[in-house]
Design a protein around this ligand. Structure first.
Ligand SMILES: [Zn+2]
Length: 318
């Protein structure tokens, strides 16, 4: 198969990263990449301009397709960002802004759809057909490949697993504005908030008394050192995550559930409780078909997946 080229972009809350990617069958290679701090200038038009000049630096050739994975909830397939809390955006037609800056079409994807496609095509989930990918980082995001195709649902918001309600009355309020979402319990930002709220002696000892430095990893560490309050928070997060993963497995019958993200990697107690709860709650009929694995591409999954998706790999974009 001939080598094909595309540009993959990963736009998070703080970083804009772009890579020129060469794809040859089952392998992908980053040829060149650039990274910028988004900083405080999160005005959509300014970010679109920065993104366009990044693309021009990588490959000015307008025939090379551009895929963007963006940390936010999209609406439909026209490039509309409904809500991107990390960027402070609501109802921003970002795909259109970038396309007019660049003078060529771009494919805008949810970041987890891009990561999921990256791991499915080139990473740990290669060889599976029905993949659910869940990342626990600042928030909790999900993506899926169903029967070898990226699944976006009717409105491009499928597998928004962070917004599954786990508390129906009076739950914690999340970045999305709703109460009781999984993300408000298991996401990195709310875990850090809870660590600062708790500020137990054992937690404070981990950061030389500087409460502001506390994050989810400290809760996990304090829990393993015997801090009962930290244990409650981190184990609840793991338990709720495990239950939701079990429900998703029961509903979709995937052959692979792939996990990753900074909180997943940095909170071993959370991960352990999650796996136990998952095994306790999953429907036995779905369990034998499925493997629970961990992401292997790290930060590269997003740009590789976005590049792959921009090449229309077996998918209908619009
Ligand atoms: Zn939510």
């Amino acid at each position: 198969m001939a080598t094909r080229r595309a540009i993959g972009i990963d736009l998070g809350g703080t970083n804009l990263r772009g890579a020129q990617v060469e794809i040859d069958g089952q392998s992908a290679r980053i040829v060149e990449q650039h990274r910028y701090e988004v900083g405080d200038e999160r005005n959509p038009a300014a970010v679109a301009k920065a993104l366009a000049s990044l693309v021009d630096e990588l490959i000015p050739d307008a025939r090379v397709p551009v895929g963007i994975g963006l940390a936010g909830m999209l609406r439909g397939t026209g490039g509309m960002v409904a809500n991107a809390p990390n960027l402070g955006w609501r109802e921003v037609p970002f795909g259109t802004l970038v396309a007019s800056e660049l003078g060529r079409p771009v494919w805008l994807e949810n970041d987890l759809s891009a990561i999921c496609w990256g791991e499915y095509r080139f990473g740990a989930a290669r060889g599976f057909r029905h993949v659910v990918c869940v990342f626990v980082g600042t928030g909790v995001g999900g993506g899926a490949v169903i029967n070898g195709r990226p699944d976006r649902g009717a409105g491009n918001v499928s597998l928004e697993i962070g917004h599954v309600k786990i508390e129906h009355t009076d739950g914690r309020r999340g970045d999305c504005g709703q109460r009781g979402c999984l993300e408000a319990y298991a996401g990195g930002r709310p875990l850090a908030e809870q660590a600062r709220e708790l500020a137990s002696p054992r937690l404070l000892a981990l950061v030389d008394g500087d409460r502001e430095r506390l994050h989810g990893g400290h809760l996990d560490q304090a829990a393993r050192a015997g801090c009962a309050e930290s244990c409650d928070v981190i184990e609840r997060a793991g338990r709720e995550l495990g239950r939701v993963l079990a429900d998703v497995t029961t509903l979709l019958n995937p052959d692979c559930v792939l996990l990753g993200g900074t909180v997943w990697e940095g909170c071993p107690r959370l991960a352990e409780v999650c796996k136990q709860e998952f095994e306790a709650c999953v429907t036995p009929a779905a369990r034998p078909w499925m493997q629970l694995i961990e992401a292997t591409l790290g930060d590269d999954a997003g740009v590789l997946g976005a590049a792959g998706l921009a090449l229309s790999e077996g998918i209908d974009h619009c």
